[in-house]
Design a protein around this ligand. Structure first.
Ligand code: HAM
Length: 425
């Protein structure tokens, strides 16, 4: 026998025991976003490589070392999407969803980054993303944060905190960049190799370092918040005032710079301490420059994305995952005739009792084997149809989950009545 083929490192199957959790999260988010007027968009998983290098930024971890890039049979350079914003902006420009209008969009799906896999960090992971176009903010910036706060509330999540910052305008950032570079150059001996490399290419990212030897240096670095132009400062103040009006707690973190280059003004992250190092469950911000950068007419944009694996891990950690729905009935039959009658009866039940969860025993088997499967299915009842029942035009309903409960013999109408009560309970 040849060797088994295994899945790719960092890319996971979602097994049947977990899919109900994913569906629960998806359904909750879908309902919430629909309630705020957001509509779903679905984009391809593969895009031209240039889309990502032009939007996320050439000098970012994602573009420098994490993309799954390949040449297709035509020799075009394509990339498995590492995130959804770039593709969403591309689609919106291409399909005329941006100019002279407002859009509130959301999407869900797999993203791909060749990172070092660990708890909460995968090479294929799933995001639910939200993007708005044509709204300058700060109202919509706050809407995005309020919407996520409401989601945590609906999901029952407690250990989450909101960090916000402003990255200002491009010109404010350029001026600040020079101040920052000069500060770091004065402290060159403390910088690690990565930071030295970033000094010329992307100095703001140095603020994001995880190196404890640089913590104090970064802590004392000049803050971009002290160098915002009046409009950006006003925008940021309004964001904070509105958050306070809504009673949403937040922390201003001047070192929150994000790993993608397209942001300006408001940025935010929702962070939990319950998941270890990979504690950011949701992140985003405003990215007004990107539409023009990708060939559209200048326009406003803001959004966020949440990591579904991390959210599900947190839901599990906090004990907030719903129980899986159990079947109401497992139908057990004996003999050819009963098998056929059972099939007809089960379809009749399904027609008359919407919402009924009924499993037919398939593949035959003796009474014991079928009852074993019934127990394993976790069904509330076994519905038994044998020769006696056929002769009497009845069925036997055997409770499987109540100790000592009696088996009932019922005609079809009584059965339907009984199950109706069960479904309403
Ligand atoms: P991001 O911060 O790169 O932003 O990713 C957003 C979220 O996706 C993270 O906070 C995290 O929960 C999840 N995530 C990222 N990488 C991984 C991974 N390797 N494994 C598991 N989860 C991961 C963006 O992608 C932006 N497009 C967000 C955005 C939308 N900004 C504006 N609009």
């Amino acid at each position: 026998m040849s060797n088994k083929i295994q899945s790719i490192r960092g890319m996971h199957d979602v097994l049947p025991e977990s899919t109900p959790h994913w569906q629960y999260l998806e359904a909750t988010v879908n309902k919430l976003l629909t309630g705020y007027g957001y509509a779903e968009i679905r984009m391809p998983v593969v895009e031209k490589t240039e889309l990502f290098s032009r939007s996320i930024g050439e000098v970012t971890d994602i573009v420098e070392k994490e993309m799954y890039t390949f040449e297709d049979r035509n020799g075009d350079s394509l990339t498995l999407r590492p995130e959804g914003t770039a593709g969403c902006v591309r689609a919106a420009i291409e399909k005329g969803l941006i100019h002279n209008q407002q859009q509130r969009l959301w999407y869900l799906g797999p993203m791909f980054r060749h990172e070092r896999p660990q708890k909460g960090r995968y090479r294929q992971f799933h995001q639910i993303g939200v993007e708005t176009f044509g709204i300058p903010g700060p109202d919509v910036d706050v809407e995005l944060m309020a919407m996520t706060a409401r989601l945590w509330d609906q999901l029952g999540l407690k250990d989450v905190r909101l960090e916000i910052n402003s990255l200002g305008s491009l010109s404010a950032r350029q001026a600040y960049r020079e101040i920052l570079v000069s500060y770091f150059k004065d402290n060159l001996d403390i910088l690690d190799e990565e930071a030295r490399n970033r000094l010329e290419t992307n100095p703001l990212r140095i603020l994001d370092t995880k190196n404890p030897n640089m913590a104090e240096l970064v802590q004392n670095a000049p803050s971009l918040l002290d160098h915002l132009d009046t409009e950006c400062a006003q925008h940021f103040e309004t964001v904070q005032a509105r958050l306070e009006a809504l009673g949403i707690s937040y922390v201003v973190n001047p070192r929150l710079v994000r790993g993608l280059d397209y942001y300006s003004r408001s940025v935010f992250e929702w962070i939990t301490e319950s998941l270890g190092a990979q504690g950011t469950i949701c992140a985003g911000g405003r990215y007004d420059g990107l539409i023009e950068q990708l060939g559209g007419r200048a326009g406003h944009a803001a959004g966020f994305a949440m990591g579904m694996e991390r959210l599900l891990a947190l839901l599990e950690e906090e004990g907030n995952l719903p129980d899986q729905p159990r079947p109401h009935i497992y139908m057990v039959t004996f003999g050819d005739e009963a098998e056929q009658a059972g099939l007809v009866l089960s379809e009749k039940l399904r027609s008359q009792l919407p919402g009924l969860r009924l499993i037919n025993n398939c593949g035959g088997g003796g009474f014991k084997a079928q009852m074993k499967r019934a127990a394993k299915s976790q069904a509330d009842f076994a519905l038994i149809l044998g020769e006696d029942e056929l002769t009497n035009q009845s069925v036997s309903l055997k409770p499987l989950r109540e100790a000592g409960a009696e088996q009932l013999s019922l005609n079809h109408d009584e059965l339907i009545e009984r199950l109706k009560q069960q479904l309403q309970a």
